[in-house]
Design a protein around this ligand. Sequence first.
Ligand code: GCW
Length: 738
Amino acid sequence: MKLRSPFPCPLFVKRLPGRVLPLLALLAAGMLRAQPGGAASYDLWLRFDRVQNPALLGAYREAFGGIWMDPQGPTQQVIWDELTRGLGSLLGQSPEKRPTPNGSNLLLVATADKLPPEVRSQLSLDQLREEGFLIRQLQAGANSRLVLTALEDKGLLYGAYRLLRLLQTERPIAGVNLLDAPKTALRMLNHWDNLDRTVERGYAGASIWNWHTLPGYIDPRYADYARANASLGINATVVTNVNANALVLTAPYLEKVKALAGVMRPYGIRLFLTARFSAPIEIGGLATADPLDPAVIAWWQSKADEIYALIPDFGGFVVKANSEGQPGPQNYGRSHLEGANMLADALAPHGGLLIWRAFVYSEHDPTDRAKQAYSEFLPYDGQFRDNVLLQVKNGPIDFQPREPVHPLFGAMKKTPLVMEFQITKEYLGFATHLVFLPKLFEEVLQTDTWQQGEGSTVARVVDGSLYGHTLSGMAGVANIGSDLNWTGHPFGQADWYGFGRLAWDPGLKAGALAEEWIRSTLGNDPEMVETIKKLLLDSREAVVNYMMPLGLHHLFDTGHHYGPGPWVGNLSRPEWNPVYYHQASPEGVGFDRTPTGSNAVAQYALPLANKYGNLDSCPEEFLLWFHHLPWDYRMKSGATLWDALGLKYQEGVESVRQITATWESLQGKIEPELYQQVQMLLNIQQEEARWWKDACMRYFQTFSKLPFPEGMEPPQHSLEYYQSLKFPYAPGTRPSWN
Ligand code: GCW
């Protein structure tokens, strides 16, 4: 096996000695931990630097002269601590604790039932919703009293973070009247973290869950994690990998889980575990895991009893079954429906939820992989228990840089669907590439499925409003690890942030979220905010173009998914091979999913099926997802497909160069360590963007036999060179998948 890097001397190494080595030395000495306030650092978006704008600072100081609050219980204690610490630091002076709710320049914090009647009567409290809050100024001017209220502690907690964000992002407080509530019930992170602290598809260090030292040692980081999530409204976390290990369900591990759940509780976060379907055999000593076997049913019931005795607010199980080698009901000739309902019944008496993943495809099924989940699950619609949710990835293949939406959204009417997004960048350049994911999330959520006529957006499926589901949710595969800044790439924090905010309200816009994140993390300098916002918003289209433009997908190299491997065609399962997805031949390229091909378009509502299936109306970005076309096919621009492909790849490379130049224009406005870190990463990204273009175009040229279009920089190396590259230690990979 040849071991070669694509770059003779990686830029990373070249740039290390000068400025980074002293930083690394500091890191090793543990000194950076002592100053976690650096931009885009450990503090995430919860930096509370002194407000810079003098007029606003004056107004805020006046408004927050004192706080009236009588903290009761752990959540209210968190609220009190956050408000006093946050306001103290934003204003440069701590508000006094006031013994009575009377007076002026006062913040009143209480659940609605505890507000003084005279205050209650001035508010429309019937508009408050579960987990929601109201922030309202009662009188203007010097007599200002600001009220933060909610039906329950959790709402107050979310309101407290929102209030602090108003100040962080320099919003006026005069006349504020902000009523908000989450649109979805479950706002959830999924950790693909293993018990040995490796993280599947994780690129930010080891797992933050230190199972070895739990339950005795509670790493302070657990509470920092909970706090960051609560500040966005995230209210659930699945702490173990969907490729599950049954051990986590044994008594010693459940003690550890209990300790973690205890940390999460004051922050309003319910803990979930992944359940390995074969656990009754592996840790229960049974001979079978057949979901209809009475002993198996009893085993899961008693396991649920055991868990709830330890953790009364335990969320429930998330299950990946009969997918990519995971055990499941089909091993016993039973269906996904039977498996899910059996587990749901075990959880139901305790109020637990069962989240079943729809990510299934089979090597024994010769039909288009993009169609399989829909065919498998749609027939069960209406037959799942009330506490079952089906978790569906945003697209029908697998977290590609761009996919059309999964056809189950909108089609599955009687079952609540949880949206599954990937925040970690398995298929998007790991934690090296700057790609602002809320842009991708927004595109998916705003897509109209047309299942109930115009306006049946995915956002409305996910928030439950399209079909009137009270259970609803959004899950994000976490990009969090033990790295000092949590996410590897400092801008990965923006993806976590954006995901959390969109889970709260799937209708939010990526541009607004970018701005919120920049202001609360990096500061409010208007030029800096605008420049970084543009850079973030441009970054998603850039990666699509330099990796797989015009609807190409899954061109990744085997197993690790780092870098291009469009030539891979020798894997045991056909649908693991890039050649399965691009179908390149001397005749053309692309996957025919129209009625002349796999007819996957038929799984969408008619207006969408027509739009995608018809060459005149199919958006260019999905062209080769739905159509197989000759190399000389004429695009709307008049260019041939071959030329258009090369120029799109080139456009992607140019965009990264542009993004780098934009970043460099900010030198001096950004804290030096952050500036340098991002600049180095952007340089790697530029090299890798070029690598993608060169490798893919070289490979496709073996079929098209056409010269590269004018305007496309010729590849740097031969095809054999790109094919020879191997990365046995690429991060985030399961050893067995290499
Ligand atoms: O994208 C694939 C990943 C697997 C992952 C799987 C899934 C957890 O390559 O690593 O397994 O998706 O979502 O189950």
